[in-house]
Write a protein that binds this ligand. Structure first.
Ligand SMILES: [Zn+2]
Length: 155
């Protein structure tokens, strides 16, 4: 894909964050889970954009917002090959590294409806373990282990 096509797809960003190479279909979920619209900044979302190596992809631009390292890592659960670029004055000044975190707190609800985390005023808390075929998440409260895909579908 040429730069020209890219520019036509999504408006240029003066400063903020570009999350690119999100697997198609995950863009809106990321927007919602990370509450990117709540910053009340301009958010541009591209869905099902053509991508050379992914076929199609989603892309999110958030003006004047920089993700925390924690947020960037949690993003890795949805977009393992995602890229997060910090933009200043229309130029990329930094790429944030994505690494699947050891623990995830307060983002997902526990899929176990009997879990005490649904009745107690506590933040959800999962420990994350990457296996060869899957990413497993273990709830701190009920100690049940779930596939990542089950956990991220709940909320
Ligand atoms: Zn639980």
């Amino acid at each position: 894909m040429t730069e020209k096509v890219y520019a036509r797809n999504v408006e240029a960003l003066k400063s903020g964050t570009v999350i690119d190479h999100i697997p198609a279909g995950q863009g809106l979920r990321i927007l919602r889970l990370f509450q990117l619209a709540e910053y009340r900044e301009r958010v541009t979302v591209g869905l099902n954009l053509p991508s050379g190596h992914m076929g199609s992809k989603d892309l999110i631009k958030v003006e004047n917002v920089v993700l925390s390292e924690e947020q960037a890592n949690e993003l890795a659960l949805f977009a393992p090959r995602g890229t997060v670029s910090v933009i200043e004055d229309f130029a990329v000044v930094r790429k944030q590294k994505l690494a699947i975190p050891d623990t995830v707190e307060g983002i997902f609800a526990c899929p176990n409806s009997n879990c005490v985390s649904h009745v107690e005023p506590v933040q959800s808390h999962f420990s994350v373990r990457v296996t060869e075929h899957d990413t497993k998440m273990k709830c701190k409260y009920c100690e049940k282990v779930f596939s990542k895909d089950i956990v991220v579908d709940v909320r």
